[in-house]
Design a protein around this ligand. Structure first.
Ligand code: 4NP
Length: 149
């Protein structure tokens, strides 16, 4: 199973989602993350995300931001988007129905409500990163339940 986590900049939410999913998923899963913009390409995740993950024993410091590519739609089995804008952007890049069906909203697996979004902590404070971390943990657990049930 190959899973791609996608947000806007690939420096806050999807790097955290990648790190959390790597910590929770079976060893033979391949997990990666990407952004819909290339503004931060090559950069490590936001320091606040790195610190938040490190507080829970997860090292995301070596990840580097990259934009999603055409090849990702073939390589990955599932592509999870952090909010509805990202979802719309990623869906618009899909070339066919098979690729489109790989794409969904990350929090959909929680089943609480449709269109649930992982809030962007980029303009926020440490506690926003903390809240996002726990939301991502819940989302990753639900996704794994769905995949492994
Ligand atoms: P992310 O957060 O999409 O969770 O990585 C953001 C990072 C950068 C920007 C916006 C959101 N930005 O506007 O540069």
């Amino acid at each position: 199973m190959k899973i791609l986590m996608v947000c806007l900049g690939n420096i806050c939410r999807s790097p955290l989602a990648e790190g959390i999913m790597k910590a929770k998923a079976p060893q033979d899963f391949f997990i990666d993350s990407a952004g819909t913009i290339s503004l931060h390409e090559g950069k490590h995740p936001d320091k606040r995300a790195v610190i938040t993950a490190a507080n829970y024993g997860i090292d995301i410091s070596k990840q580097r931001s990259r934009p999603i590519t055409e090849a990702d739609f073939e390589k990955f089995d599932k592509i999870y988007c952090m909010d509805v804008d990202v979802l719309a952007d990623v869906v618009s890049k899909a070339k066919n129905e098979n690729q489109r069906q790989k794409v969904s909203l990350f929090l959909e697996a929680l089943g609480d409500h449709q269109n649930a979004e992982v809030p962007d902590p980029y303009w926020g404070q440490m506690n926003d990163f903390e809240d996002v971390f726990h939301l991502l943990e819940r989302g990753c657990e639900s996704i794994l339940k769905e995949i492994l049930h």
